[in-house]
Design a protein around this ligand. Structure first.
Ligand code: KIV
Ligand code: ZN
Length: 496
């Protein structure tokens, strides 16, 4: 069996999604869960980009023991110095440096030449090598880079000490055969001297997993992935898809270190902390990934699971017999279920959560894992200056929608009434009347998590104020309240 290294970039490339930013505590929580999952490398951030990113790399380095901690840089000395400083506490450390190698990048981004970019690549690798032994080089936009020039760059950085060379399909442009051929060309034309080639594929044409697998079949031995495939634009290659494809195809004779039973709980955790819903038909971790609804399929799986199921859901940590909590469940059952979801709570925090749980159970018959993750979820990085005190809406057929809203703003009470073309519109207009700021809603997404009319509605909102976007989130069984709370959550992020 050949080992395939799993390099997780949920906390770097994945976290670049607008509105999904995590604070350091949340990143540490995910990093520890990635360690338990068994990833080999955690890309923890881009330290020079912000003090927050720097701090996250420092804290993750302290919190995690086994995986290598990796920090991203540009081919710039200052970036490399800052990354090395941020990695100070990592038990195993890697600097990931690189530069764009396609003509698009060389000409339009750098106004440079192939020779100059080659020299910068060598210099950056050699400089990073002064700080750490393990240096990964990325040839940005390698997917659109001419193979002959790419091979020259890859050989040069390996000669300069790179231990891993990343071949990103930055724009998600490659076809699987093309990407596989690119990796093969490098294997055949570069003296790798023990260095590993890595895939890093984006999902713009929906081919990230196929491209990564083709890379592996042609000799790459590291894949760069994110949980749930999160990432900018259409996202990155998803960890769960590549890992389960490799595991399902034993004939490939390739193995990873991933404990696949931890995949589903971590998928839920990332979705919940990032406020990023997983599409129901998402492979491996989507709500419907193992739901057989047609009569023929149901009949088949009842006779024998292998008729229509290639993976036992338990293998990825989906427990069909998961206890559904109800209003009659006790504190112990709640604590136990949260523990299985990777959330350890004790004492006062448990009491507080149990009270929230009972309140929810009053409105909703069965409480499932998603509900619990929301209850236990993030407090958010917003202040609590503006609070929703009271909300009453009148709506229905033939009724003019009206809302009465009372807000508590830094301890002072304000009330307003407004009309609207629907209950949400009326309520948001009433809020705007009180706060008197020119805030416009740019995006507004309501999503039910499960099935049933008693479900939680999750609301994501993007608002714009003075040219800057702010993101709000809330979840409530009352979707009008959730919408107003999400709006208020976004407003609380606007500096006073
Ligand atoms: O997509 C990409 O090219 C990247 C690099 C910075 C590694 O994320
Ligand atoms: Zn990327």
């Amino acid at each position: 069996m050949d080992k395939l290294f799993i390099f997780d970039t949920t906390l770097r490339d994945g976290e670049q999604v607008p509105g999904c930013q995590l604070n350091t505590i949340e990143k540490i929580e995910i990093a520890k869960a990635l360690e338990e999952l068994g990833v080999d490398v955690i890309e923890a951030g881009f330290p020079v980009s912000s003090p927050g990113d720097f701090n996250s790399v420092v804290e993750i380095s302290k919190a995690v023991t086994w995986p290598t901690i990796c920090a991203l840089t540009r081919a710039v000395e200052k970036d490399i110095e800052v990354a090395a400083e941020a990695l100070k506490y990592a038990k195993k450390k890697r600097i990931h440096t690189g530069i764009g190698t396609s003509d698009y990048h060389i000409k339009y981004k750098f106004n440079s030449t192939q020779e100059e970019v080659l020299q910068r690549a060598i210099a950056a690798t050699a400089y990073a090598k002064k700080f750490v032994e393990d240096v990964e080089f990325y040839a940005e936009d390698a997917g659109r880079t001419d193979n002959e020039y790419l091979a020259k760059v890859v050989q040069a950085v390996i000669n300069a000490g790179a231990t891993v060379v990343n071949i990103p399909d930055t724009t998600g442009y490659c076809l699987p055969t093309e990407y596989g051929a690119k990796i093969k060309y490098l294997v055949d034309n570069v003296d790798l001297k023990g260095a590993i080639l890595s895939t890093h594929c984006h999902q713009d044409l929906g081919m990230a997993t196929a491209n990564s697998i083709m890379g592996v079949l042609n000799g790459a031995r590291q894949v760069e992935v994110t949980i749930n495939g999160v990432g900018e634009r259409a996202g990155n290659t998803s960890l769960e898809e590549v890992v389960m494809a490799i595991k399902s195809h034993k004939e490939l004779q390739i193995e990873t270190n991933i404990n696949t039973k931890k995949i589903y709980p971590l998928s839920r955790k990332v979705s919940s902390l990032m406020n990023m819903p997983v599409q129901p038909n998402k492979a491996i971790v989507g709500r419907n990934a193992f739901a057989h609804s047609s009569g023929i399929h149901q009949d088949g799986v009842l006779k024998n699971l292998s008729t229509y199921e290639i993976i036992d859901p338990k293998e990825v940590g989906i427990d069909d017999n998961a206890i559904v909590l109800t209003a009659r469940s006790g504190r112990h059952a709640l604590k136990n279920r949260l523990g299985l979801l990777g959330i350890e709570v004790e004492g006062e925090k448990l009491t507080e959560l149990y009270e929230k749980f009972l309140e929810l159970a009053d409105h909703k018959k069965d409480i499932n894992d998603d509900d619990l993750l929301i209850l236990a979820g993030k407090e958010g990085n917003a202040s609590n200056r503006i609070k929703l005190d009271y909300l009453q809406v009148t709506s229905g057929k033939g009724v003019r929608c009206t809302a009465v809203v009372a807000l508590d703003i830094a301890g002072e009470k304000f009330t307003a009434t407004s009309f609207g073309n629907g209950p949400v519109d009326a309520a948001i207009r009433a809020v705007k009347e009180i706060i008197k700021r020119q805030i416009t809603i740019q995006e507004f997404l309501i999503q039910a998590i499960n099935k049933g009319s008693d479900d939680f509605g999750k609301v994501h909102m993007q608002v714009e104020f003075n040219g800057i976007n702010y993101y709000g989130f809330s979840a409530n069984t009352d979707i009008i309240s959730a919408s107003v709370e999400a709006f208020i959550n976004a407003m609380n992020k606007i500096p006073v």
